[in-house]
Design a protein around this ligand. Structure first.
Ligand code: HEC
Length: 451
C-alpha cells in the first residue's frame, strides 16, 4: 500500500467511525449549549428553562431541534454578509445537525466522563461578577393603570461612590423582569437641589386607547425638565430583553465615574395584571489602574416630529428619514444596537469615510422587537474624524406584521411600544482625554442625550 492510499484508507475509517458513534449529550450537545445557549438558559437568566444538566435539558430535546432548525434559537438577527461580531451565537450547520441527530436518537445521555468542564458562570445570576453594586429606586407597577399606560419616568438615586472610579463593565438587573420594558441609566453630576427617589414624568396627551396624539410626538417625553439629566453624557447603558450588561474590558477601555455622581434611572414599566414592585440593581466592575481609553455610549434618533415621522396606515415598508451623524474625533466603533418598536422591520448602519469609501457595518433585515440585541464588533472599526454615520430603517404598518396592534392608524414617534421609534445606539472607544460629548454631531435627527 503506498502512502497516499494509506491516508485515504485511514480517513475513510475515521469518517465511518464518526458516523457510527452515537451523538450523546455529554460528548456532543453540551459543548454547543455551553457556548451558545447557557448565557440565557441557566437559573436566574431570561430563558424559562436551564440547559446546564442532562436532566433539565432532556425534556426539551425535540423543541430544541425545531428551535435551532428554524433559527428561532439562539436569537441572532445580523445579516451574516456584513460585519463580524464577537457575541455571535448563531449555530453552524453542523451544530444544528448535531442537535437534530441527538433529538432523533431519543436524546441519549452518553458518558458523563466525555463532558467538557462546567462553565464557571458568575455567582448569583450576574453576567459580570460585580465589584460594586448600587441599589436602584423602588417602583410600584399597578395592576391596571389608566389606559394601561405607565409613562416613562426618571428617578435619581445617590450612587454612594465617593471617589473617581474607572468602571470596566456594567450590568443592570430588574428584580421583576415581567413588568420591566426597559431601564436605562444616566450618570449625573451631583447638585444640591437633587430630589432623590422622586419619579418625574410627563402625562402626554392621549386618546382613549392610550395612543399619544400627534402634538405629543417627540422623544423621551415632552414636558420632562431637561435638568433631570443635565450635565450627564446621555444614556450610559440599558436593560432590555436580551441585553443587560456591557463589557468595556473586551476593548481595553473604561468609563470614568466621577466621585459623588448621582445615577438617574429612566424606567419604562408595563403592567402584568397584578401589583408588582420592581427594584433594580446596577453592578460595576472596577479598573485596577487608569485605562488609556474611554468607552462612550451614544444614542440618537431619526427626525421625530409629526411631519417627518408619520407612518401611513397599511404601509408595509415605510422608510423613515435617516438618522445621520458626523464624527468630530477619531474613534473606534465597537458596538451597535438597533432600537425600534413593534412595527420596526429593518435597520442598517453605514459609514461614509472622508475618502469616499462606504461600508455597511450592520444590517438587521428582520428586526424583532422582542429581542433588543447588542452587536459586539469583533475587530473595532477605525473611524477617522469627518466620517459620516447614516442609519436607515423601514417599518411595517400592514396587517402582515403579526405584532401590529392596529394597521389602520397613522403611527407617530413616541415612547410606548404601539407608537414608534427609530433610535440606533452605538458605542465607540476614544482616547481617555476626549470629552464623550464631543465625539459626534447629529446632522439629521435628534441627539439622544438628556431628557
Ligand atoms: C439571548 C438569550 C437566549 C439564548 C442565547 C438562547 N435562548 Fe432559547 N430561549 C430564550 C428565551 C427567553 C426563551 C423563552 C421565550 C421564547 O420562546 O422566545 C427561549 C426559548 C427556547 C426554547 C423553547 C422554544 C419554544 O418554541 O417553546 C428552546 C427549545 C430554546 N430556547 C433552545 C435554545 C437553544 C438550543 C439555544 C442555543 C443554541 C438557545 N435557546 C439560546 C433565550 C435564549
Amino acid at each position: 500500500m503506498d502512502k497516499r492510499t494509506g491516508i485515504l484508507f485511514l480517513s475513510v475509517l475515521a469518517t465511518a467511525a464518526a458516523a457510527d458513534s452515537p451523538v450523546t449529550f455529554h460528548k456532543d450537545v453540551l459543548p454547543i449549549l455551553q457556548k451558545n445557549c447557557q448565557s440565557c438558559h441557566r437559573p436566574g437568566q431570561i430563558a424559562p428553562m436551564s440547559f446546564l444538566t442532562y436532566e433539565s435539558t432532556r425534556p426539551w430535546a425535540k423543541a430544541m431541534k425545531t428551535a435551532v432548525a428554524t433559527k428561532k434559537m439562539p436569537p441572532w438577527f445580523a445579516d451574516p454578509q456584513f460585519g463580524h461580531f464577537s457575541n455571535d451565537r448563531a449555530l453552524k450547520s453542523n451544530e444544528i445537525e448535531t442537535i437534530a441527530k441527538w433529538a432523533d436518537a431519543g436524546a441519549p445521555e452518553g458518558n458523563a466522563k466525555d463532558a467538557p468542564p462546567q462553565v464557571k458562570w458568575p455567582a448569583d445570576g450576574w453576567d459580570i461578577q460585580p465589584d460594586l453594586v448600587v441599589k436602584g429606586p423602588e417602583t410600584l407597577v399597578p395592576a391596571k393603570p389608566k389606559n394601561n399606560v405607565i409613562e416613562w419616568s426618571f428617578i435619581t438615586v445617590p450612587s454612594g461612590i465617593t471617589k473617581d472610579t474607572w468602571i470596566t463593565s456594567m450590568e443592570i438587573r430588574p428584580s421583576e423582569p415581567s413588568v420591566t420594558h426597559h431601564i436605562c441609566v444616566y450618570f449625573k453630576p451631583h447638585t444640591d437641589d437633587v430630589k432623590y427617589n422622586t419619579p418625574v414624568w410627563a402625562d402626554r396627551p392621549r386618546d382613549d386607547q392610550g395612543n399619544a396624539l400627534p402634538e405629543a410626538a417627540g422623544i423621551n417625553g415632552k414636558g420632562i425638565p431637561p435638568s433631570i439629566t443635565a450635565g450627564s453624557n446621555g444614556i450610559e447603558g440599558c436593560y432590555v430583553p436580551g441585553q443587560r450588561s456591557q463589557d468595556y474590558r473586551i476593548y481595553k477601555a473604561a468609563k470614568l465615574f466621577k466621585a459623588g455622581t448621582d445615577i438617574v434611572f429612566q424606567v419604562h414599566y408595563t403592567p402584568n395584571g397584578k401589583d408588582t414592585t420592581d427594584r433594580p440593581q446596577i453592578g460595576f466592575t472596577v479598573a485596577k489602574e487608569q485605562p488609556q481609553r474611554t468607552y462612550v455610549s451614544i444614542g440618537f434618533s431619526s427626525p421625530s416630529d409629526a411631519k417627518s415621522f408619520a407612518i401611513p396606515p397599511n404601509d408595509g415598508n415605510w422608510e423613515s428619514p435617516p438618522a445621520e451623524a458626523t464624527f468630530l474625533q477619531d474613534a473606534e466603533l465597537v458596538w451597535m444596537s438597533p432600537h425600534m418598536h413593534v412595527r420596526g422591520k429593518d435597520m442598517t448602519y453605514k459609514l461614509l469615510y472622508p475618502d469616499g469609501r462606504t461600508e455597511t457595518l450592520l444590517n438587521v433585515p428582520r428586526y424583532d422587537f422582542n429581542w433588543q440585541l447588542g452587536y459586539e464588533v469583533a475587530t473595532p472599526i477605525k473611524v477617522p474624524k469627518g466620517t459620516k454615520l447614516t442609519v436607515t430603517a423601514h417599518f411595517d404598518n400592514s396587517a402582515n406584521n403579526k405584532f401590529n396592534p392596529d394597521p389602520n392608524r397613522t403611527v407617530y414617534y413616541g415612547d410606548m411600544t404601539w407608537e414608534e421609534m427609530m433610535f440606533p445606539f452605538f458605542s465607540v472607544v476614544v482616547d481617555k482625554d476626549v470629552n464623550p460629548r464631543t465625539v459626534i454631531r447629529v446632522v439629521r435627527g435628534r441627539a439622544g442625550g438628556g431628557a
